[in-house]
Design a protein around this ligand. Sequence first.
Ligand SMILES: [Mn+2]
Length: 365
Amino acid sequence: MTDPEPDAAVKSRDLQDQPARVVRSERLLAVLGPFRRVAIVSHVNPDPDSLASMLGLRALIEQAQPDKPVLLTVEGMIARAENRAMVDLIPIPLIPVGSVTMDPETAIIMVDSQPRTGRRESEETSPQVVIDHHETGGDLTGVLFRDIRTHMGATSTMVTGYLIEQKVLVSPELATALLYGIESETTGYPREASSLDDGALVWLYPRANKDLLARIRNPKLPQSHFATFQHALSNAFLYRDVIVSWCGEVTQPDIIAEIADFFIRFDRVDWALAIGLFEGHLKLSLRAAGLGDRAGEVLRGVVEGMGSAGGHDKRAGGMISQECKDPETIDRLMRTLRRRLLERLEIDEHQGQRLLNACPEIPAP
Ligand SMILES: [Mn+2]
């Protein structure tokens, strides 16, 4: 699937005194060799792609370098119900990143993110290894092994490639995690995936536990999930082909993206922006329906000077750095964000209207 390298070909090149092309997983393992243990880190509020990548790397290292402890770390929270189901059912033992001592004998692997891109909270220690598929380039000073392939739909695809290269025995749980890691990144966004993602999915599917997969795809949802949808529906406004929705204060940050995904399916819109308040900060999620729309670029423009944003053509996420302690601040920031979005999309904000009228409430039947 990834870099097929028949032994014979390597040997014949060796004979010709040419440097043999060593497969990526081989180079990665060589870098880890001298270290006594390994800690794997990812972005804040890890998603299935980063969680599965961590699990896959642990299996790789456990086979190739047994007796070397591999610590999987978490920063922020496992937010979305699907992601919680994944770590509960697989299971994926995660320890808070702050509780790990990053001494010189510990190799740090960063997956699904790059150093100093604003996607992490703690950046004191630099990783020796970076494995990622995002376009947001990071500071790679001192990185000994980097595998950054922005045309890939998921980091889990790259890790699946290493497992195949090293003939690692992949358990049904690991196959399920990697499959869901790739699927959750690429479903609905086939243009952001590559044929290697397809290849990995085909390789993983027969090895995965389908019952486990079904339970991760359709987890039970807490009451707050429905409350946020109600809030977002009641406070959604339509401006030409743009919907802007205020989700209120949310109990988990990923739901803002879920709301944006929900509204972009409306047949009258080409853009959906969802904004919510989480732990005192406004978080934004933007979706675009059209081909070649620059959601990442648009959202970066909208939050310029107010916070940070990043993303792809069709989806982007961002955060406002100013703390929101009172309704006046929230209101002022919300108005600025809406005005900037509509300006960028050349829409007159006076043509705005509420998406839905207040819904009649009936007595309990
Ligand atoms: Mn990813």
